[in-house]
Design a protein around this ligand. Structure first.
Ligand SMILES: O=C(O)C(=O)C[C@]1(C(=O)O)C=C[C@@H](O)C=C1
Length: 157
């Protein structure tokens, strides 16, 4: 059996929202195989590339699963940024500084604990939350009209 499969084309809208299925085109021209995720396992009814227990064990299937996870990540990042925009509006109204070191500490600490409990690298999660918080501050700065972010050259503001 020819098991090579083209990279699946995710059919999800780029605008976001609930994402339950994707489709791919196999090398033999088979199109439109629906993929659903159920507790992390991809089930593809009737797909010849599925494993005997119905789980996907090939590269294309795993990449389709990655596509799903990537979109969930992007949806979560979009929601986080949107919430920070609203936080920024409240801070502007109430004259609260954008940068809150205590809160930033708590967010980092919580993420590190999650990493430890879930077998992730704490250094990676630290860098990830540095990026997320940096973007939050940038967005809040645009809402509050302040400049809270560290200078590019690392010098004092
Ligand atoms: O909790 C806040 O006050 C936020 O603005 C959110 C956030 C974050 O990204 O988690 C961003 C900037 C603050 O310095 C602390 C935390």
């Amino acid at each position: 059996m020819n098991r090579s499969v083209d990279y699946p084309s995710a059919t999800r809208s780029r605008r976001g929202g609930a994402y339950r299925s994707t489709q791919w085109t196999s090398a033999d021209g088979t199109e439109g195989i629906p993929v659903t995720i159920d507790r992390g396992l991809m089930q593809i009814p009737g797909d010849p590339h599925s494993g005997p227990d119905g789980t996907v064990d090939d590269l294309a299937g795993l990449r389709a699963a990655l596509d799903e996870v990537d979109f969930r990540l992007l949806d979560a990042v979009r929601d986080r940024v949107e919430l920070c925009r609203r936080v920024g509006a409240v801070k502007a109204r109430t004259d609260v500084p954008v940068v809150q070191p205590g809160r930033m500490d708590l967010v980092h600490r919580r993420a590190r604990e999650y990493a430890e409990d879930n077998g992730l690298s704490t250094a990676f999660v630290d860098r990830l939350f540095d990026l997320l918080i940096d973007e939050a501050c940038r967005v809040e700065d645009t809402v509050t009209g302040t400049g809270s972010r560290p200078r590019e050259d690392g010098g004092p503001r």
